[in-house]
Write a protein that binds this ligand. Structure first.
Ligand code: 4AD
Ligand code: MG
Length: 476
C-alpha cells in the first residue's frame, strides 16, 4: 500500500510491506536515503541494500530526485528515529543532476531561495511555512463557518477605490498599440475597461457591506492589490485579506470579534501544526543566538503565540496613545526618538512599535482615530472630530488589522464624500444601503500574510506567500 511519510512516522504499521513516493533530501554512505514527500517536516530514512542494488541506480539517488520505494517499515537501529524503511526495490522516477540542482543539503540564504521560489518549498523552513499558511486558511473558514458567517466572493475588477487612497492598479482591455485618445491626444484611461475606468480591488469591504445588510454576517477572503511603492518587509503589491462585515454590530463588538477570531485561528495551529511550529521555533532560537544578548527575544515562537491566545488585547484610544507617546522619553539608542508632538498626526510604524513592544508588551487595539487621517466610510463620533476606527497592532509586526464601525447616516456620509471629492454617482449603490433600511454595522480587514508572519516568526512578508509580488518582483 502507498503511504505518506507522515503516516509512516505516526501510525502503527511496522513490518508491513509498504510503498512510498518522495524526493531525496540526502543520500549518505551509499546506503541511507533521507526521503521527504511534503507531508511532514520529518524525513523518513530508507536503508538501501547497496550490495544487491545496481550501481547505475545508486548513482541516480541524488538530492532532489523523485523516487518510488518499496520495502518494509521496521524499527530503526539508528538514533533519532523510531522507524525506517528497509528498501526491497527503488525506482528513480525523475533524476536531478546534483551539479545543477539549486537546493543543496546545506543552509541557503532566504534571498537566494526567493530567487528560486519554485523550488524553495523543498526546504524544511518553507515547507513548514506553507503548511502553516494552509492550516491558517482552513482555520479562518472554520471560524466563520462555526460562527454563522457566510463566505462571500467580492469582485477583483472594480470601478471603486474602497479606501479612497488612490493606490490602484488599472485594468485594461485596450489595444496597447492603438489606444483610444482623449481630446488632447493622451491615452483615455477612462475608457480602459471596455469603455469604463476600472482597477484591481484594494479591498472587498464596500461590496461586503452590501451583503452584511442582507445576510447579516459575512466575510471575504481573497486577493487584494495595492499600487503603493512601499519596499518594506511588511508590504506586498498583492496580498490576501480577510474581511468580515456584520450588521447591527458596533465598534466594541468589532473589537471583540477581531480578538476572538485571532485567538481562535492561532489556537488552531497550536493544536494541529505542532511539529512545524517546533521546527520554526528551533530555527528562530538558532537565529537569536547570533544576536547580542540584549537584543534577543524573551519568548520563543510558541510562547509568543500562546501569550496572544491567553491574554486580553489592550484597548487604548488614539488620544490616550498620543499622551503616552508625548510623555515617553526618547530612547538613548535613538530607536524610538521620534515622539509625536501633535494630536491629529498619523502614527508612524516606530510609534506603533513603541506602544506595542516597549510600553504595553502585548497586542493593542487602538480606536477612535482623528477623522481626517482615516477613510471616508468610518462612523463619525459625537465629538465631530474622531471616527470609530480601530487598528490592531502586534508585537514584531505592527498593523495587523484595520477596521471600523461604518457611517450609516446618509446625510453625514454624503457630506464626507463631498468634502473628499468622492463621486456620489459612482457609489450610488453604496449610498442606497443608507437609504433603504440603514443600520449600525462594522467590520475589519486582516492582512493574511501578516498573520502568517506572526505565526511562523518569519521576518519578511516575501517569505510567507508562495510568489511575492512587490514593486521589484513579479517574476514567477
Ligand atoms: O488598513 P487597510 O487598508 O483596511 C482596509 O482595506 C479596510 N477596507 C478593511 C476593512 O475594514 N474591511 O488594510 C487592512 C489590513 C492591514 O491592517 C494590513 O494587515 C493589511 O491589510 N495590508 C497589507 N498587507 C500586506 N501588504 C500591503 N501592502 C498591505 N496593506 C494593507
Ligand atoms: Mg490600515
Amino acid at each position: 500500500m502507498s503511504y505518506t511519510v507522515s503516516q509512516l512516522l505516526t501510525q502503527d504499521i511496522t513490518f508491513q510491506p509498504i510503498e512510498i513516493n518522495g524526493w531525496v533530501r540526502g543520500f549518505r554512505s551509499n546506503r541511507f536515503i533521507a526521503l521527504n514527500d511534503g507531508s511532514t517536516i520529518n524525513n523518513i530514512q530508507c536503508v538501501v541494500d547497496f550490495e544487491n542494488t545496481d550501481e547505475a541506480i545508486l548513482k541516480r539517488i541524488t538530492t532532489g530526485a523523485a523516487v518510488h520505494v518499496k520495502g518494509e517499515l521496521v524499527e530503526s537501529q539508528g538514533k533519532g528515529q523510531k522507524v525506517e524503511i528497509k528498501v526491497t526495490s527503488i525506482d528513480i522516477l525523475g533524476d536531478s543532476d546534483p551539479e545543477e540542482y539549486p537546493i543543496q543539503p546545506k543552509k541557503h540564504t532566504f534571498e537566494f531561495l526567493r530567487e528560486n521560489a519554485h523550488l524553495r518549498t523543498r526546504t524544511n523552513t518553507f515547507s513548514a511555512v506553507m503548511r502553516l499558511r494552509s492550516s491558517l486558511s482552513f482555520a479562518v473558514h472554520k471560524y466563520f463557518n462555526d460562527n454563522g458567517f457566510y463566505y462571500m466572493h467580492t469582485p477583483i475588477i472594480t470601478g471603486s477605490d474602497a479606501e479612497g487612497a488612490g493606490e490602484m492598479f488599472r485594468v485594461s482591455s485596450l489595444d496597447a498599440k492603438n489606444p483610444p485618445l482623449d481630446d488632447d491626444g493622451n491615452v483615455d484611461f477612462k475608457k480602459d475597461f471596455f469603455g469604463k475606468e476600472t482597477n484591481l480591488t484594494v479591498s472587498g469591504q464596500l461590496e461586503a457591506e452590501t451583503f452584511a445588510m442582507s445576510l447579516g454576517k459575512v466575510y471575504t477572503f481573497g486577493p487584494t492589490f495595492r499600487a503603493e511603492n512601499s519596499n518594506t518587509s511588511r508590504h506586498l503589491s498583492e496580498f490576501w485579506m480577510i474581511e468580515p462585515e456584520v450588521a447591527f454590530m458596533d465598534l466594541a463588538g468589532n473589537m471583540d470579534l477581531a480578538e476572538d477570531f485571532m485567538k481562535s485561528v492561532l489556537s488552531y495551529i497550536l493544536e494541529h501544526n505542532r511539529e512545524d511550529l517546533e521546527f520554526l521555533d528551533k530555527r528562530l532560537l538558532d537565529e537569536e543566538k547570533t544576536k547580542p544578548q540584549a537584543q534577543r527575544s524573551e519568548m520563543s515562537l510558541i510562547e509568543k503565540i500562546k501569550f496572544v491566545v491567553d491574554n486580553n488585547f489592550k484597548r487604548v484610544s488614539y488620544t490616550e496613545a498620543i499622551d503616552i507617546l508625548k510623555n515617553s522619553k526618547p530612547n538613548k539608542k535613538k530607536k524610538f526618538n521620534y515622539i509625536i508632538e501633535e494630536w491629529g498626526a498619523d502614527l508612524q510604524s516606530e510609534h506603533e512599535r513603541f506602544l506595542v513592544e516597549k510600553h504595553f508588551k502585548c497586542p493593542v487595539i487602538l480606536f477612535d482615530y482623528p477623522a481626517n487621517i482615516k477613510a471616508f466610510y468610518m462612523r463619525l463620533n459625537e465629538d465631530g472630530k474622531t471616527v470609530r476606527a480601530m487598528d490592531i497592532l502586534f508585537p514584531g509586526i505592527g498593523e495587523m488589522v484595520g477596521g471600523s464601525q461604518r457611517e450609516e447616516r446618509l446625510d453625514v456620509l454624503k457630506e464626507k464624500m463631498k468634502a473628499l471629492d468622492i463621486s456620489e454617482e459612482e457609489l450610488w449603490w453604496y449610498l442606497d444601503l443608507r437609504k433603504y433600511g440603514t443600520a449600525v454595522h462594522s467590520g475589519f480587514g486582516l492582512g493574511f500574510e501578516r498573520l502568517v508572519m506572526f505565526a511562523t516568526g518569519m521576518g519578511n512578508i516575501r517569505d510567507v506567500i508562495p510568489y511575492p509580488r512587490t514593486p521589484q518582483n513579479a517574476e514567477f
